[in-house]
Design a protein around this ligand. Structure first.
Ligand code: PMP
Length: 590
């Protein structure tokens, strides 16, 4: 796929393409591929892209696979293991001593036989501001972002004080506390939602939102999109087989649950037909609006059409804003796209580090929890039948105190700019820092010809690299980063926060460069075989030709491919439409 995109980008940039062919090629790509193409074009047209040493005349280097390690490479891995053991000995001891009785699936994440000695988890001692400290006394610039929770660094004053103050008053779990009401009121104000409730985790918020949608519509089926993640409830876990059937995802997960789920391709307009066809069975469509696994997928036009269709068919549209909520801005991905969902699920940032989740949305749906807005001071009673949702920690005052403090902090920092329109809004500054950092790293990777790219959205970023299934390069990179003072996480999603200063950003960039240079020096990236390149190019050209043939004449306008009026210089128009899409994305915080 990337070779197809590369070749289209190359042709557009060099003007070496028939104009209508350029449009057809662009049109033949999926939304995801279009976004990658757009970001490539943008990069090449940007100053950083222009300044990067031209690498186009030479192919990208190839990462080595675990199975093909030379003696020297194996020796380096062994040296690294020994170095790492000296670097973090107490963490290693913890990993060894507690392996037997302590259960945690993360221990096995990305585990490689040859690197096992490196892959134990660090035991953290404390977090302060932008830093994490481990029990061996190492200090790291933290980009784990606590899986997306951390927007203000470790121990932000207002949040820490709120938790400590609440703890000093005790934390009664059963009744209401003042924090509950302030947090709930602020939550609805900042997200522009009618009603909100608290849950014990993000997983639970999603699970209950689906239950509420089923209660409200009286239908069973749920639509999700591949590439998304919605937590670990059986309700929302299914994969799509090549024929488009939903399959249970793993051991202990029942096919009966998967049978209730329709999994569609994210951003593909054909999916809307499937939804329309099954409308009278579908309770809700659950969307991760910016997929954390694919932050470049931003199918705005698709989502607008989806919104129209779901309103028309009275299907509940749920945005899972677990990562985007308060990371993109107070209005979340709904604000970014200008689309209002019926319900949205949250957790992470507004939890301030405490375990929690939220569902916010239209009274039409939320009323199925408590029967609606009946009153205690008249003779009204709950109007609706209710579904079941409750939990010991749903109103835990510690988390509500943290939530209230986070929301107050966000409100204070945004001032009168809750829509994040002003360039000096702290969200926009943080997003720009992320973008500049990513682009500098990408320019460096191009110059070094390593197949590594930083994809980013708002202050989330992730490394995308071509590594074969037995590859070790990505894993080694993460460990080199750690030894160069930057801590990432196995989730693969990394985040900047307000405590990252320009010095921290420089430290991150230098650690990335140093780690990649080490991998090159130690022979973990090799020149690709020219025959392989030729074969890949040929296959890509054939695929592009097939796609162009299949696409036929350019389709009528969609947002990704707006109409280009006849008589225009189509190539310029293509570049312009691509760039205007980009400007929209940039204005929205990406
Ligand atoms: N939805 C999304 C989009 C998420 O990213 C996550 C967690 N990463 C969840 C749901 C589940 O949240 P939690 O881990 O709090 O259960």
């Amino acid at each position: 796929m990337s070779v197809t995109i590369d070749s289209i980008a190359e042709k557009i940039l060099s003007n070496d393409i028939d104009k209508s062919e350029a449009l057809k090629s662009f049109d033949s790509l999926s939304d995801y591929e279009k976004n990658i193409l757009i970001s490539k074009l943008k990069f090449n047209l940007s100053d950083k892209g222009k300044n990067a040493a031209p690498a186009d005349d030479k192919p990208l280097l190839k990462p080595v696979s675990e199975r093909g390690l030379s003696e020297d490479q194996q020796k380096y891995v062994d040296e690294l293991c020994a170095m790492f053991e000296k670097f973090a000995p107490k963490s290693k001891q913890n990993a060894l001593i507690h392996q037997e009785y302590f259960v945690d699936q993360r221990k096995t994440a990305n585990l490689k036989r040859g690197l096992k000695n490196l892959q134990y988890h660090i035991t953290y001692d404390r977090g302060e501001g932008a830093y994490l400290y481990d029990i061996d006394g190492n200090r790291y610039v933290d980009v784990t972002g606590d899986n997306g929770v951390n927007l203000f660094g470790h121990q932000p004053e207002r949040i820490k004080k709120a938790i400590v103050d609440r703890a000093s008053k005790g934390f009664p779990l059963v009744g209401y506390t003042e924090e509950l009401f302030v947090a709930a009121q602020l939550f609805t104000e900042l997200t522009q939602s009618e009603r909100v409730m608290f849950t014990q985790s993000g997983t639970e918020a999603v699970m209950w939102a689906v239950r509420i949608a089923r209660a409200a519509t009286g239908r069973n089926k749920l639509v999700i999109f591949d590439g998304s993640y919605h937590g670990l409830s059986d309700t929302v876990l299914a994969a799509r087989d090549p024929e488009g059937n939903s399959m249970a995802m793993g051991l202990g997960m029942l096919q009966e649950y998967a049978d209730q789920i329709i999994v569609l391709e994210y951003g593909a307009m054909e999916g809307l037909e499937t939804i329309a066809e099954h409308a009278d069975e579908i309770a809700c469509v659950l969307v991760e609006p910016i997929q954390s696994r694919h932050p470049l997928r931003q199918p705005k036009e698709f989502l607008k059409e989806l919104r129209k269709l779901t309103l028309e068919k009275d299907i509940c549209l749920i945005f899972d804003e677990m990562i985007t909520g308060f990371r993109v801005g107070p209005r979340g991905a709904q604000g970014f796209y200008g689309i209002k969902s019926d319900m949205a699920t949250y957790g992470k940032v507004p939890g301030g580090g405490m375990p929690t989740g939220m569902i916010a949305g239209m009274a039409k749906y939320m009323d199925y929890v408590d029967g609606g807005t009946w009153r205690f001071d008249d003779d009204s009673m709950p109007k609706l039948k209710r579904t079941l949702v409750a939990g010991t920690h749903t109103r835990n005052p510690l988390k509500l105190a943290a939530c209230k403090a986070v929301l107050e902090e966000i409100k204070a920092r945004c001032g009168d700019d809750l829509d994040c329109k002003k360039p000096d809004n702290f969200y926009n500054k943080l997003n720009k820092t992320t973008k500049d950092m990513a682009e500098e790293i990408n320019a460096f990777c191009r110059e070094k010809r390593v197949p590594f790219t930083v994809d980013y959205f708002s202050s989330l970023f992730k490394f995308r690299g071509t590594d074969d299934p037995n590859g070790v390069v990505k894993e080694l990179f993460i460990f080199l980063l750690r030894m160069n003072g930057v801590e990432t996480s196995v989730s693969g999603n990394f985040f900047l926060n307000t405590e990252h200063t320009p010095e921290h950003i420089r430290q991150i960039i230098e650690a990335v460069k140093k780690s990649i240079n080490t991998l090159i020096e130690k022979g973990f990236y090799v020149e690709p075989d020219p025959a392989e390149i030729e074969a890949a190019k040929k296959a890509a050209e054939q695929k592009a030709q097939r796609a162009i043939k299949k696409a036929g004449a350019p389709k009528p306008a969609t947002a990704a491919v707006p109409a280009v009026s006849a008589g225009n210089d189509q190539l310029e128009a293509l570049k312009n439409l691509i760039l205007s899409d980009l400007r929209n994305a940039t204005a929205g915080g990406n």
